[in-house]
Design a protein around this ligand. Structure first.
Ligand code: NAD
Length: 395
């Protein structure tokens, strides 16, 4: 007598996208980790895509937009979490979510790992493999997966638009029989991805743009966008091997604040975009300098949620300080949630695509690969990223 053994059901990668609704700080989160276009491509690769009901709603995608391309909508995520191989998030998941994942499941999202030590350690303890999108190397090969850049570009645009709506004036020059209006003066501090996009946006709207960055190499990029670069001699500033700014000395910080005081006092709009990778952002504008600005001027503090570039900015709020409007809304790209979702979803698809094996239908976690070696921060029970381990130990 022969026994017929049914072939084992092929186990294909099962991913889950949750409806985030708000992030951990209670701010509304409108973005989603997939778009219909990426769900379609994943399904074509043989990936099972489960999406929590309503996850795309705030970025303009109804549940049906996902089901039409082969995604599955789930109401109750608890049972699905237990069989999920990869959880795709915009932010970091809550304990209620990650505690239901099976060991070795992949968690992908903006984990904010330098400032979320307890969470990262909890993820490690649960033997989850965490991939922090902030840690994806800024290399040419990883550019298509670079969520920091995609979201920062949109942030640059959004910050200018928010400043423009709060300014009691217009940005372009206007010559009319009733008089001539001069272009608004916009000063942008920090000319990385967000700053350069803010410069381009303000220029397109007709403003006169001045910008400064501690990395002198960006002067040429600022000028190519039609902005002027404020030259401040701070001595040796330099950048890290990954192209990030190094922290200034106290003397350099003071020099910068003194040198840009006139530019700030003269500006209608100031946008601060200065960040330091893995550290709190530098304070660039003191209340005394803010007091030099004309009433009605607008300051946008890109870093307001993570410590702030501007003294007096309030996380998540628009406040008035001595008549100056200080915008600290934060989470900028979600203001243009559809485009932000499309770009972020593409970043995550490109990441999966790079490491998905058509043979095993699984994510190939090759930790020798320089991209995964950089962005996988917990695996097999440990925090695996040396930079984080050192930061947690205060080294
Ligand atoms: P970031 O968000 O870390 O910082 C924003 C900008 O603030 C930077 O340009 C930084 O130099 C500047 N800054 C820091 N302290 C300052 C201060 N006190 N005053 C004025 N400016 C200050 O930077 P980012 O936009 O993420 O870009 C970081 C680097 O990565 C850049 O060199 C960028 O060109 C590079 N990058 C490379 C790729 C790639 O090759 N794939 C992609 C994106 C970014």
């Amino acid at each position: 007598m022969s026994l017929s053994i049914p072939p084992p059901e092929e186990h294909t990668l099962k991913i889950l996208i949750i409806n985030e609704g708000h992030d951990q700080r209670g701010y509304r989160e409108k973005r989603c980790a997939v778009s219909p276009s990426t769900v379609k491509r994943m399904v074509q690769r043989g990936i099972t895509v489960n999406i929590q009901q309503g996850a795309g709603q705030l970025s303009g995608y109804a549940d049906t937009a996902f089901t039409e391309v082969g995604g599955h909508i789930v109401e109750d995520i608890a049972p699905v979490l237990q069989e999920t191989d990869a959880l795709l998030c915009v932010n970091r998941p809550d304990e209620a979510v990650y505690s239901l994942l099976k060991p070795a499941a992949l968690v992908i999202g903006h984990i904010d790992p330098f400032f979320q030590q307890p969470l990262v350690e909890a993820l490690a303890e649960r033997k989850l493999t965490t991939l922090s999108v902030e840690m994806i190397p800024r290399s040419s090969r990883a550019q298509k997966m670079d969520a920091l850049s995609s979201q920062a570009s949109l942030a640059g645009y959004v910050m200018v638009m928010q400043a423009a709506t709060h300014l009691p004036g217009i940005l372009p020059m206007m010559m009319t029989p009733s008089g001539t209006i001069k272009p608004a003066k916009v000063y942008i501090i920090g000319a990385g991805v967000a700053g350069l996009q803010a410069i381009a946006t303000a220029k397109r709207l007709g403003a006169s743009v001045l910008a400064y960055d501690t990395r002198p190499v960006v002067a040429e990029q600022v000028e190519s966008l039609g902005g002027k670069f404020l030259s401040i001699d701070l001595g040796e500033t330099g950048q890290t091997k990954d192209g990030y700014a190094k922290e200034l000395t106290d003397e350099q910080k003071q020099k910068q604040q003194d040198a840009q005081r006139d530019a700030i006092a003269d500006a209608d709009i100031v946008i601060t975009t200065a960040q330091l990778f893995g550290r709190r952002p530098p304070q660039l504008i003191s209340k005394d300098t803010l007091a030099l600005m004309r009433p009605g001027s607008v300051v946008v503090d890109m870093a307001a949620l993570s410590g702030g570039n501007v003294e007096g900015s309030e996380p998540g709020k628009v406040v008035t300080v001595n008549g100056v409007t200080v915008i600290g809304t934060g989470n900028w790209s979600q203001a243009v949630a559809k485009d932000a979702t499309d770009m972020y979803a593409n970043n995550l698809y490109n990441l999966l695509d790079e490491f998905f094996s058509d043979e095993t239908k699984q994510f190939n976690l090759n930790l020798e690969d320089e991209i995964l070696a950089g962005c996988v921060i917990t695996h097999n029970g440990s925090v695996t990223n040396d930079m984080l381990v050192n930061a947690y130990q205060g080294a």
